[in-house]
Design a protein around this ligand. Structure first.
Ligand code: GDP
Length: 424
């Protein structure tokens, strides 16, 4: 049985918490896309953690944590993260790394920085983790899979070839120092030492695990609107954020994914540039940002303040649809308890017409939010354990959202901790 946990919005919906919680009943947790450019924040008995590459199952000794072939694997970042977790008393997790996963090379990070610098104000707001240069190289077929570390002769000659083209760009476009293939080779030998004990044929491992009746969780990074095909292109990430991609990025048959739990946040937040129709500004945004998440809405990787907005039914209905949502986990609802009135974006006005269907980027730039205002519940809902105990206006908010997005809300997260969850 395979379940996917994915985001409906711009990321930061609280997927890490839901994965950490559902990992308790899972044998295997798999990261299938993305890299160390975003993070999951998890609060549990060991403390508060920001994970960037490790799957959110690492806190349980019975789960195997897998880095799938679809991930942009930054080996030193992964092992620093592993150390930072075990240094804080978490038992060393079971970890597997796909032999087909490709590695973020030191120059991917450099090219990411240089390109943002070159673009200046026209940049993408990249986290400069090397993700876009990494995926560009993967599809240009000049990337490096983990398995290539084990053929030193072939590796060395490929490095020389790749450096040749990279160095033309470095010299003539960016005016930066060239790459040295020998130095890169030594760096990669260091990576090999680190990763060797964990490398495996992940697709085969998962195939066997499923035959034995094991449960697998696919953990998505970012959300639908950052998908390169279905998101707000070009202000997207470079790998697919959709549950469907879980099949490819982990190496599973698509029909095995039976349950797609889409995480939806009770208000909106986004990082990076791009259209954000229900965005709010000034004091109103500052207050929501300050109160949001667990200790404010600031990037888990970058510390950047997130852009804030009201709940967007148009974007979320679409985000849930493209994921193939079977159920919704509705998160950070507790944060809205301070508001007398809660605006919700129920439509987009584009050239004088109102639509509830999420448009392509060009039209999205022109969209103005159509807001409806619901009554707040004006109290702290943390600690509440059942749906019936939630204040009436809070239930009305949930039911309003559920109707607008057309997917069942089965879980309500009313605090950052593992146990802050209401099953409906
Ligand atoms: P992810 O990338 O989707 O895992 O999202 P983040 O790591 O950015 O999580 C969002 C933030 O919200 C984190 O700081 C979580 O600890 C916090 N969080 C998750 N669920 C809840 C919740 O229900 N209430 C509150 N107040 N915070 C939450």
């Amino acid at each position: 049985m395979v379940k996917a946990i994915v985001g409906a919005n711009w990321g930061d919906e609280g997927k890490g918490k839901i994965t950490d919680m559902l990992a308790e009943d899972s044998d295997i947790v798999v990261r299938f896309q993305g890299g160390a450019n975003a993070g999951h924040t998890i609060v549990n008995g060991y403390g508060k953690f920001a994970l960037h590459t490790l799957p959110s199952g690492v806190f349980y000794s019975h789960t195997t944590n897998v880095i799938g072939n679809g991930v942009a694997l930054n080996i030193p970042v992964l092992f620093n993260e592993l150390k930072s977790v075990t240094d804080r008393g978490v038992p060393c997790p079971k970890l597997l790394v796909s032999d087909r996963a490709q590695m973020v090379m030191p120059y991917h990070v450099l090219f990411d920085e240089y390109e943002e610098e070159r673009l200046g104000k026209a940049g993408f707001g990249s986290t400069k983790s090397g993700i876009a240069p990494f995926y560009s190289d993967k599809y240009a077929k000049i990337g490096f899979q983990v398995q290539e570390l084990f053929d030193e002769k072939a590796l060395r000659s490929k490095l020389e070839r790749v450096c040749e083209t990279k160095n033309v760009l470095l010299e003539h476009l960016y005016h930066k120092p060239p790459l040295d293939p020998d130095e890169l080779f030594e760096t990669l030998m260091g990576y090999k030492k680190m990763v060797e004990p964990f490398v495996c044929d992940v697709s085969l491992f998962l195939h066997n695990a499923l035959k034995e009746g094991k449960t697998v969780l696919l953990e998505g990074q970012l959300g639908s609107l950052k998908d390169p095909d279905h998101g707000i292109y070009p202000m997207v990430t470079s790998s697919s954020t959709l549950a469907a991609y879980g099949a490819i990025g982990a190496g599973l048959p698509p029909y095995e994914i039976k349950d797609i739990i889409t995480v939806v946040k009770a208000y909106s937040s986004a990082v990076g540039a791009g259209a954000f129709v229900s965005e709010i500004f000034g004091e109103e945004a500052d207050e929501l940002r300050r109160r949001g998440g667990d200790g404010g809405e600031y990037g888990a990787t970058t510390g950047r303040p997130r852009r804030m907005g009201w709940f967007d039914c148009v974007a979320t209905k679409y985000g849930c649809r493209v994921q193939g949502t079977t159920q919704v986990a509705f998160t950070v609802l507790d944060v809205l308890g301070y508001l007398d009135k809660i605006p919700v974006c129920v439509g987009y006005e584009i050239d004088g017409e109102v639509t509830t269907d999420f448009p392509t980027t060009g039209l999205l730039e022109k969209a103005k939010p159509v807001l409806e205002t619901l009554d707040g519940w004006k109290c702290d809902i943390r600690g509440i354990k059942t749906y019936q105990e939630l204040p009436e206006n809070c239930r009305k908010y949930i039911e309003f959202v559920e109707k607008q997005i057309g997917c069942p809300i089965t879980m309500i997260s009313n605090g950052p901790k593992r146990e802050d969850i209401i099953m409906r």
